[in-house]
Design a protein around this ligand. Structure first.
Ligand SMILES: CSC[C@@H](O)[C@@H](O)C(=O)COP(=O)(O)O
Length: 366
């Protein structure tokens, strides 16, 4: 996608040394666009845990490059396995992370030590290219859905889409998942308007989705997380599209905390609730999302504080709760398949069910 007319991806390799991994520091957005240069696997791990990079597909891609950086220091079998395990453990819920590391290891275990660095950069590059292509395809399939909704509207009438968290291009290598169809709809002149859930505690909606949509010119309105149900009751939402960190083989969906409540409200109001994902987000090994998907618990400090920019342009974190109050911070929840209207994948749309997934990805369910 473009920033001020210049095309960017969310991760790239520095052309001057063909080694350094470059990312945008997402903890600084929307206030400033800062590029970080990562030169060690420890820096990559820190970038993932501190959420300088985030979003399931992107952390997988960046971790893959992290392994390449690790191998450029020590390409032995033992170091490779240790570093891979270290990177895979940085965040527990997004399956793309484990998927990317396993794919790298499968490739690299078959390669002589001396060739590993080159092969690792190459494979990580393929992971990035494939992610960008898959998300573009998701965009095309999701666009059809938005066109169908547009057909039932009067000419020029707004199509109101609600989204939660950030599943845009900076959560992936390019395009995004939930936002890809919205970008394409906007680009072809459909009158889309996006309700952006702020997504406490880290405000990925208010900070990142709003920044992305605004940079592209897509009309949007930031709302507090609790407003969605009210808007749905009053006919102000036509469609919900969210991303996901892990979809089970029977179609349960783990996504940013609060997604489940939006799905319940959408269900109660008869509003379509779609989940956009590349197939790398499907965990074919698990079926029951509630019992089998590990939910990341993050620091209570993310709940007891908020961070924003002062009038002087400095980032400031302030406390918003009494000193003695406890806080809990589960970062994801699971929406059962029965509340999901359908899945938008790179191969097309399907129901959120083992049957639906099997039709699109024959042979994948064990
Ligand atoms: C295409 S990104 C899909 C998901 O990773 C996204 O919806 C999400 O929940 C991101 O959570 P985050 O904690 O910001 O990494």
């Amino acid at each position: 996608m473009k920033i001020n007319g210049v095309p960017y991806r969310s991760v790239w390799i520095d052309q001057t040394d063909n080694r350094t991994v470059c990312i945008f520091d997402q903890t600084k957005l929307p206030f400033s666009l800062v590029t970080l240069q990562l030169t060690t696997s420890a820096e990559v791990a820190h970038a993932i845990t501190s959420m300088q990079v985030r979003g399931a597909p992107l952390i997988g891609a960046v971790a893959a490059y992290g392994l390449a950086l690790a191998l450029s220091k020590d390409a032995s079998d033992a170091a490779m396995e240790d570093e891979a395990a270290m990177l895979a453990a940085t965040r527990p819920t997004a399956i793309n992370l484990r998927w990317a590391i396993e794919r790298m290891l499968t490739k690299l275990r078959a390669v002589a030590e001396k060739d590993r660095v080159a092969v690792a950069y190459d494979e990580a590059g393929h992971i990035c290219d494939e992610d960008a292509a898959q998300n573009e395809a998701i965009g095309r399939h999701g666009l059809e859905l938005i066109r169908e909704i547009a057909k039932n509207k009067k000419s020029g009438e707004k199509i109101n889409i609600l989204t939660h968290c950030n599943a845009g291009w900076i959560a992936t290598v390019d395009w995004g998942t939930a936002l890809a169809p919205i970008y394409m709809a906007y680009d072809e002149g459909l009158p889309v308007h996006v309700w952006v859930d702020e997504t406490r505690p880290r405000n990925q909606g208010a900070a990142l989705t709003a920044w992305e949509l605004g940079s592209h010119g897509v009309p949007h309105t930031v709302i507090v997380d609790n407003a969605g149900g009210h808007l749905m009751q009053h006919g102000k939402v036509d469609l919900v599209i969210v991303g996901t960190d892990r979809v089970t083989a029977q179609g349960d969906v783990a996504n940013k905390i609060g997604t489940y409540l939006k799905a319940l409200a959408a269900h109660d109001n008869g509003i379509p609730f779609w989940v956009a994902l590349p197939s790398t987000t499907i965990d074919w090994r698990v079926r029951d999302g509630l019992r089998e998907i590990p939910i990341e618990e993050r620091s209570p400090q993310e709940v007891t504080t908020v961070t924003g920019e002062t009038a002087a342009g400095e980032l400031q974190t302030v406390r918003i709760t009494p000193q003695g109050s406890n806080a809990a911070n589960p970062a994801f929840d699971v929406t059962p398949a029965r509340l999901v209207t359908g899945l938008i994948t790179e191969r097309g749309r399907c129901t959120a069910s083992a049957e639906g997934l099997r039709k699109l990805f024959p042979g994948s369910i064990s």
